[in-house]
Design a protein around this ligand. Structure first.
Ligand code: BDP
Length: 326
Protein backbone atom coordinates (compact mmCIF):
# COMPACT_ATOMS: atom_id res chain seq x y z
CA UNK A 1 0.00 0.00 0.00
CA UNK A 2 2.90 2.28 0.81
CA UNK A 3 4.29 2.00 -2.71
CA UNK A 4 0.88 2.49 -4.29
CA UNK A 5 0.22 5.69 -2.37
CA UNK A 6 3.70 6.98 -3.17
CA UNK A 7 3.37 6.15 -6.85
CA UNK A 8 -0.02 7.74 -7.22
CA UNK A 9 1.09 10.87 -5.37
CA UNK A 10 4.07 11.25 -7.66
CA UNK A 11 1.86 10.69 -10.71
CA UNK A 12 -0.77 13.12 -9.46
CA UNK A 13 1.74 15.84 -8.76
CA UNK A 14 3.53 15.28 -12.06
CA UNK A 15 0.23 15.40 -13.93
CA UNK A 16 -0.62 18.83 -12.57
CA UNK A 17 2.57 20.35 -13.88
CA UNK A 18 3.86 21.05 -17.37
CA UNK A 19 6.94 19.26 -18.55
CA UNK A 20 9.74 21.71 -18.01
CA UNK A 21 12.96 21.71 -19.93
CA UNK A 22 15.90 21.59 -17.59
CA UNK A 23 17.93 24.76 -17.88
CA UNK A 24 19.93 25.14 -14.72
CA UNK A 25 19.54 22.23 -12.32
CA UNK A 26 20.29 22.97 -8.70
CA UNK A 27 20.65 20.68 -5.73
CA UNK A 28 19.20 21.56 -2.37
CA UNK A 29 20.46 20.00 0.84
CA UNK A 30 17.74 18.96 3.25
CA UNK A 31 18.18 18.45 7.00
CA UNK A 32 16.24 15.70 8.74
CA UNK A 33 16.81 14.71 12.35
CA UNK A 34 15.13 11.31 12.02
CA UNK A 35 16.45 8.00 10.72
CA UNK A 36 14.86 5.05 8.94
CA UNK A 37 11.64 3.81 10.44
CA UNK A 38 10.33 7.29 11.28
CA UNK A 39 7.40 8.59 9.18
CA UNK A 40 9.17 11.89 8.44
CA UNK A 41 12.15 10.11 6.91
CA UNK A 42 9.90 8.34 4.41
CA UNK A 43 8.00 11.58 3.74
CA UNK A 44 11.21 13.56 3.12
CA UNK A 45 12.44 10.87 0.72
CA UNK A 46 9.13 11.05 -1.14
CA UNK A 47 9.36 14.86 -1.20
CA UNK A 48 12.78 14.59 -2.87
CA UNK A 49 11.44 12.12 -5.44
CA UNK A 50 8.44 14.30 -6.20
CA UNK A 51 10.48 17.48 -6.55
CA UNK A 52 12.71 15.70 -9.03
CA UNK A 53 9.71 14.34 -10.96
CA UNK A 54 7.65 17.53 -11.06
CA UNK A 55 10.49 19.95 -11.86
CA UNK A 56 11.84 17.54 -14.42
CA UNK A 57 15.14 17.51 -12.57
CA UNK A 58 15.54 21.29 -12.41
CA UNK A 59 15.51 21.14 -8.63
CA UNK A 60 17.00 18.20 -6.82
CA UNK A 61 16.74 17.58 -3.09
CA UNK A 62 19.43 15.64 -1.30
CA UNK A 63 18.10 14.59 2.12
CA UNK A 64 20.59 14.05 4.97
CA UNK A 65 18.90 11.90 7.60
CA UNK A 66 19.77 11.23 11.24
CA UNK A 67 20.71 14.83 12.05
CA UNK A 68 24.12 14.48 10.38
CA UNK A 69 24.01 18.13 9.29
CA UNK A 70 23.86 19.29 12.91
CA UNK A 71 21.53 19.87 15.82
CA UNK A 72 18.10 21.36 15.17
CA UNK A 73 18.86 24.91 16.41
CA UNK A 74 22.06 24.94 14.31
CA UNK A 75 20.29 23.60 11.23
CA UNK A 76 17.58 26.25 11.59
CA UNK A 77 20.23 28.93 11.68
CA UNK A 78 21.85 27.39 8.60
CA UNK A 79 18.57 27.34 6.68
CA UNK A 80 17.75 30.90 7.69
CA UNK A 81 21.03 32.12 6.16
CA UNK A 82 20.84 29.75 3.17
CA UNK A 83 23.85 27.56 4.06
CA UNK A 84 21.46 24.57 3.99
CA UNK A 85 18.44 25.01 1.72
CA UNK A 86 15.70 23.27 3.69
CA UNK A 87 14.69 20.92 6.45
CA UNK A 88 11.89 19.13 8.24
CA UNK A 89 11.68 21.21 11.40
CA UNK A 90 9.64 21.05 14.56
CA UNK A 91 8.12 24.44 15.34
CA UNK A 92 9.32 24.28 18.96
CA UNK A 93 12.91 25.29 18.28
CA UNK A 94 11.68 27.90 15.76
CA UNK A 95 10.00 29.86 18.57
CA UNK A 96 13.22 31.50 19.81
CA UNK A 97 13.85 32.94 16.33
CA UNK A 98 10.26 33.64 15.21
CA UNK A 99 7.97 34.97 17.89
CA UNK A 100 4.75 34.14 16.00
CA UNK A 101 5.77 30.48 15.78
CA UNK A 102 5.66 30.31 19.56
CA UNK A 103 1.89 30.10 19.47
CA UNK A 104 2.19 26.31 19.07
CA UNK A 105 4.56 26.04 22.04
CA UNK A 106 2.01 27.25 24.55
CA UNK A 107 1.02 24.12 26.48
CA UNK A 108 -2.54 22.91 25.81
CA UNK A 109 -3.20 25.64 23.23
CA UNK A 110 -4.77 23.08 20.88
CA UNK A 111 -7.64 20.73 21.68
CA UNK A 112 -6.46 18.06 19.25
CA UNK A 113 -4.34 17.53 16.15
CA UNK A 114 -7.28 18.34 13.79
CA UNK A 115 -7.84 21.55 15.78
CA UNK A 116 -4.17 22.43 15.36
CA UNK A 117 -4.43 21.95 11.58
CA UNK A 118 -7.58 24.11 11.47
CA UNK A 119 -5.68 26.89 13.27
CA UNK A 120 -2.74 26.52 10.87
CA UNK A 121 -5.12 26.70 7.91
CA UNK A 122 -6.62 29.97 9.18
CA UNK A 123 -5.42 33.51 9.86
CA UNK A 124 -3.14 32.46 12.72
CA UNK A 125 -1.33 30.06 10.37
CA UNK A 126 -0.89 32.83 7.81
CA UNK A 127 0.61 35.17 10.41
CA UNK A 128 2.97 32.44 11.62
CA UNK A 129 4.02 31.51 8.10
CA UNK A 130 4.77 35.14 7.30
CA UNK A 131 6.89 35.55 10.42
CA UNK A 132 8.80 32.40 9.55
CA UNK A 133 9.34 33.44 5.92
CA UNK A 134 10.57 36.86 7.07
CA UNK A 135 13.12 35.08 9.28
CA UNK A 136 14.35 33.03 6.28
CA UNK A 137 12.57 29.73 7.06
CA UNK A 138 9.51 29.58 4.83
CA UNK A 139 7.02 26.79 5.57
CA UNK A 140 5.73 25.11 2.41
CA UNK A 141 3.90 22.23 4.12
CA UNK A 142 2.84 21.19 7.61
CA UNK A 143 3.49 17.74 9.10
CA UNK A 144 1.68 16.00 11.96
CA UNK A 145 3.78 15.35 15.07
CA UNK A 146 0.98 14.16 17.36
CA UNK A 147 1.07 15.13 21.01
CA UNK A 148 4.03 15.12 23.38
CA UNK A 149 3.79 13.41 26.76
CA UNK A 150 6.16 12.84 29.67
CA UNK A 151 8.26 9.74 30.27
CA UNK A 152 10.44 8.81 33.19
CA UNK A 153 11.13 6.01 35.68
CA UNK A 154 7.82 6.67 37.41
CA UNK A 155 4.32 7.62 36.35
CA UNK A 156 3.66 11.34 35.93
CA UNK A 157 -0.06 11.67 36.47
CA UNK A 158 -0.30 15.09 38.07
CA UNK A 159 1.89 18.21 37.92
CA UNK A 160 3.01 17.33 41.45
CA UNK A 161 4.71 14.22 40.08
CA UNK A 162 7.06 16.51 38.14
CA UNK A 163 8.24 18.21 41.35
CA UNK A 164 11.98 17.86 41.79
CA UNK A 165 12.48 15.95 38.53
CA UNK A 166 15.02 17.03 36.00
CA UNK A 167 13.21 16.98 32.67
CA UNK A 168 14.83 17.38 29.28
CA UNK A 169 13.08 19.88 26.99
CA UNK A 170 13.71 21.26 23.52
CA UNK A 171 15.36 24.62 23.17
CA UNK A 172 12.62 27.17 23.96
CA UNK A 173 12.02 29.31 27.07
CA UNK A 174 8.35 28.38 27.05
CA UNK A 175 9.29 24.77 27.80
CA UNK A 176 11.60 25.72 30.65
CA UNK A 177 8.77 27.87 32.06
CA UNK A 178 6.36 24.95 31.63
CA UNK A 179 8.53 22.56 33.67
CA UNK A 180 9.36 25.18 36.30
CA UNK A 181 5.65 25.93 36.76
CA UNK A 182 5.20 22.30 37.85
CA UNK A 183 8.13 22.49 40.23
CA UNK A 184 10.51 20.51 38.03
CA UNK A 185 14.01 21.37 36.82
CA UNK A 186 14.05 21.94 33.07
CA UNK A 187 17.08 20.86 31.13
CA UNK A 188 17.27 22.07 27.50
CA UNK A 189 19.35 19.61 25.51
CA UNK A 190 19.90 18.48 21.91
CA UNK A 191 17.78 15.52 20.83
CA UNK A 192 20.87 13.44 20.04
CA UNK A 193 22.00 13.59 23.68
CA UNK A 194 18.77 12.59 25.35
CA UNK A 195 19.09 8.82 25.33
CA UNK A 196 22.47 8.91 27.05
CA UNK A 197 21.23 11.52 29.54
CA UNK A 198 18.27 9.32 30.46
CA UNK A 199 20.47 6.27 30.73
CA UNK A 200 23.04 7.84 33.02
CA UNK A 201 20.49 9.72 35.11
CA UNK A 202 21.68 13.14 34.00
CA UNK A 203 17.95 13.76 33.49
CA UNK A 204 15.03 11.96 35.17
CA UNK A 205 12.70 12.24 32.25
CA UNK A 206 11.83 13.81 28.92
CA UNK A 207 8.79 14.36 26.75
CA UNK A 208 8.00 13.45 23.16
CA UNK A 209 5.54 11.68 20.87
CA UNK A 210 5.44 7.88 20.46
CA UNK A 211 7.39 7.63 17.16
CA UNK A 212 10.34 9.66 18.47
CA UNK A 213 10.20 7.97 21.88
CA UNK A 214 10.52 4.64 20.11
CA UNK A 215 12.76 5.42 17.17
CA UNK A 216 15.75 6.76 19.05
CA UNK A 217 15.52 4.20 21.82
CA UNK A 218 14.34 6.42 24.68
CA UNK A 219 11.95 3.63 25.62
CA UNK A 220 14.94 1.38 26.26
CA UNK A 221 16.12 3.57 29.11
CA UNK A 222 12.87 4.49 30.79
CA UNK A 223 9.85 2.68 32.20
CA UNK A 224 6.71 4.86 32.18
CA UNK A 225 5.07 6.95 29.47
CA UNK A 226 2.28 9.13 30.88
CA UNK A 227 -0.29 10.57 28.48
CA UNK A 228 -0.20 14.22 29.57
CA UNK A 229 -0.35 15.35 25.90
CA UNK A 230 0.69 18.80 27.03
CA UNK A 231 2.04 19.98 23.68
CA UNK A 232 0.73 19.48 20.16
CA UNK A 233 3.43 20.95 17.96
CA UNK A 234 3.31 20.83 14.18
CA UNK A 235 6.34 20.37 11.97
CA UNK A 236 7.11 21.90 8.60
CA UNK A 237 9.05 21.50 5.46
CA UNK A 238 10.77 24.87 5.66
CA UNK A 239 12.87 26.29 2.83
CA UNK A 240 15.28 29.21 2.84
CA UNK A 241 13.05 32.06 1.73
CA UNK A 242 15.48 33.63 -0.73
CA UNK A 243 16.29 30.35 -2.46
CA UNK A 244 12.60 29.59 -2.82
CA UNK A 245 11.77 33.04 -4.13
CA UNK A 246 14.61 32.86 -6.64
CA UNK A 247 12.78 30.01 -8.40
CA UNK A 248 10.48 30.79 -11.33
CA UNK A 249 6.78 30.93 -10.36
CA UNK A 250 6.29 27.63 -12.17
CA UNK A 251 9.04 25.88 -10.22
CA UNK A 252 7.74 27.39 -6.98
CA UNK A 253 4.33 25.89 -7.53
CA UNK A 254 5.84 22.54 -8.50
CA UNK A 255 7.95 22.46 -5.32
CA UNK A 256 4.91 23.47 -3.27
CA UNK A 257 2.83 20.72 -4.87
CA UNK A 258 5.54 18.18 -4.02
CA UNK A 259 5.59 19.43 -0.42
CA UNK A 260 1.81 19.16 -0.16
CA UNK A 261 1.95 15.61 -1.51
CA UNK A 262 4.71 14.68 0.94
CA UNK A 263 2.68 16.17 3.82
CA UNK A 264 -0.39 14.18 2.82
CA UNK A 265 1.71 11.05 2.84
CA UNK A 266 3.39 11.98 6.14
CA UNK A 267 0.05 12.52 7.89
CA UNK A 268 -1.27 9.17 6.67
CA UNK A 269 1.92 7.40 7.77
CA UNK A 270 1.86 9.22 11.11
CA UNK A 271 -1.61 7.98 11.88
CA UNK A 272 -0.59 4.37 11.37
CA UNK A 273 2.95 4.46 12.72
CA UNK A 274 2.26 6.37 15.92
CA UNK A 275 -0.19 3.63 16.90
CA UNK A 276 2.37 1.01 15.96
CA UNK A 277 5.08 2.76 17.97
CA UNK A 278 2.85 2.71 21.04
CA UNK A 279 2.13 -0.99 20.60
CA UNK A 280 5.81 -1.76 20.17
CA UNK A 281 6.99 0.14 23.23
CA UNK A 282 4.26 -1.43 25.33
CA UNK A 283 5.31 -4.86 24.07
CA UNK A 284 8.86 -3.95 25.13
CA UNK A 285 7.65 -3.32 28.70
CA UNK A 286 6.77 0.38 28.80
CA UNK A 287 3.83 1.08 31.08
CA UNK A 288 1.55 3.66 29.44
CA UNK A 289 -0.45 5.69 31.97
CA UNK A 290 -3.72 7.22 30.83
CA UNK A 291 -4.52 10.55 32.50
CA UNK A 292 -8.28 10.92 32.81
CA UNK A 293 -8.28 14.49 34.07
CA UNK A 294 -5.67 16.80 32.58
CA UNK A 295 -7.07 19.94 34.21
CA UNK A 296 -4.43 20.05 37.00
CA UNK A 297 -1.75 20.23 34.28
CA UNK A 298 -3.72 22.89 32.42
CA UNK A 299 -4.27 24.92 35.59
CA UNK A 300 -0.56 24.79 36.35
CA UNK A 301 0.02 26.57 33.04
CA UNK A 302 -1.96 29.71 34.00
CA UNK A 303 1.18 31.44 35.27
CA UNK A 304 3.09 30.46 32.10
CA UNK A 305 0.42 32.11 29.93
CA UNK A 306 0.16 35.15 32.19
CA UNK A 307 3.90 35.80 32.20
CA UNK A 308 4.31 35.07 28.51
CA UNK A 309 1.48 37.39 27.48
CA UNK A 310 2.71 40.10 29.82
CA UNK A 311 6.11 40.00 28.14
CA UNK A 312 4.60 39.53 24.64
CA UNK A 313 1.26 41.37 24.57
CA UNK A 314 1.22 41.24 20.76
CA UNK A 315 0.83 37.44 20.96
CA UNK A 316 -2.62 37.79 22.51
CA UNK A 317 -4.17 38.13 19.06
CA UNK A 318 -2.75 34.76 17.97
CA UNK A 319 -3.80 33.09 21.21
CA UNK A 320 -7.33 34.45 20.76
CA UNK A 321 -7.41 33.27 17.15
CA UNK A 322 -6.39 29.76 18.22
CA UNK A 323 -8.86 29.68 21.09
CA UNK A 324 -11.75 30.92 18.95
CA UNK A 325 -11.07 28.36 16.21
CA UNK A 326 -13.64 25.57 16.47
C1 BDP B 1 10.85 15.07 17.74
C2 BDP B 1 10.85 16.06 16.60
C3 BDP B 1 12.24 16.60 16.39
C4 BDP B 1 12.78 17.16 17.68
C5 BDP B 1 12.68 16.13 18.79
C6 BDP B 1 13.19 16.66 20.12
O1 BDP B 1 10.38 15.46 15.41
O2 BDP B 1 12.22 17.60 15.40
O3 BDP B 1 14.11 17.54 17.54
O4 BDP B 1 11.34 15.67 18.91
O5 BDP B 1 12.59 16.39 21.13
O6 BDP B 1 9.55 14.58 17.98
O7 BDP B 1 14.21 17.34 20.11
Amino acid sequence: MKRTLQTSLIAAVAATTMMATAVSAETWRAWNIHSDGHPNTAAMDLFAEMVDATTNGEVKVDVFHGGVLGSQPDALEQVSIGAIELGNFNLGPIGPMVKEANLVSLPFIFKSVPHMFRVLDGEAGEIMAKGMADAGVMPIAWFDAGARSFYSQKPIETPDDVKGLKIRVMNNNLYTAMISAMGGNPSPMAFAEVQQALKTGVVDGAENNFPSFKNVGHYEVTTHYSLSEHLIIPECICVNTKKFEALSPELQSQVRAAAKGAALYQRALWEVQSGQARTEVEAAGIKVNEIEDKSPFQDAMDSVYAEYLKANPDMKKLVDLAKSTK
